[in-house]
Design a protein around this ligand. Structure first.
Ligand SMILES: [Zn+2]
Length: 164
């Protein structure tokens, strides 16, 4: 299923430079198309690098794209890598999940491929189900302790013990 309509490919250096030298709140031209480069997602790619923090997959290119089905001509840039001959979308991940009260800032954000990101989300949902009803805040330290105690057999625990 095609999620995006592609306008063009852009090399990593060009886009990262645009993020690092962005004018606040302004859209930037990439391949002649205005795109936003100030989001936390884009800043994470620029500051934390373009390889997946969890599996090490290296991204290879950006693409100027818009959502399939969108009638408006509003484009954004997506980061892509290639695994087994297929493109893999890159995103950013909140190490301490937003849904488990993690912060929405650069300190808590790392570059992740979509495969790792979705595995980690499933794991976080599993954790959420074990929390007492009504729990809205959980400290990262507590979260790590729970993972050590309850989920030690699960390889996904590694997601929570990386250095950011
Ligand atoms: Zn990955």
């Amino acid at each position: 299923m095609t999620r995006y309509v592609r306008h063009s490919i852009a090399d990593i250096e060009t886009v990262i430079n645009a993020v690092l030298h962005r004018v606040p709140d302004n859209r930037t031209l990439i391949n002649g198309v205005p795109v936003g480069v100030a989001s936390l997602r884009m800043r994470t790619f620029a500051k934390k690098g373009t390889c997946c923090k969890y599996c090490g997959l290296q991204a290879t290119h950006f693409a100027v794209e818009k959502c399939a089905g969108s009638k408006q001509d509003i484009y954004h840039v997506n980061l892509w890598g290639v695994l087994d001959g297929r493109e893999v979308l890159f995103t950013h991940d909140h190490v301490h999940a937003r849904s488990l009260s993690g912060a929405d800032d650069l300190n808590n954000s790392v570059t992740a491929c979509e495969n790792c990101n979705s595995k980690k989300s499933k794991f976080e949902n599993k954790i959420r189900l074990t929390l007492p009803k009504g729990t809205v805040k959980i400290k990262f330290k507590t979260l790590k302790k729970m993972i050590e105690e309850k989920f030690l057999q699960d390889h996904i625990r590694n997601f929570f013990f990386i250095e950011t």
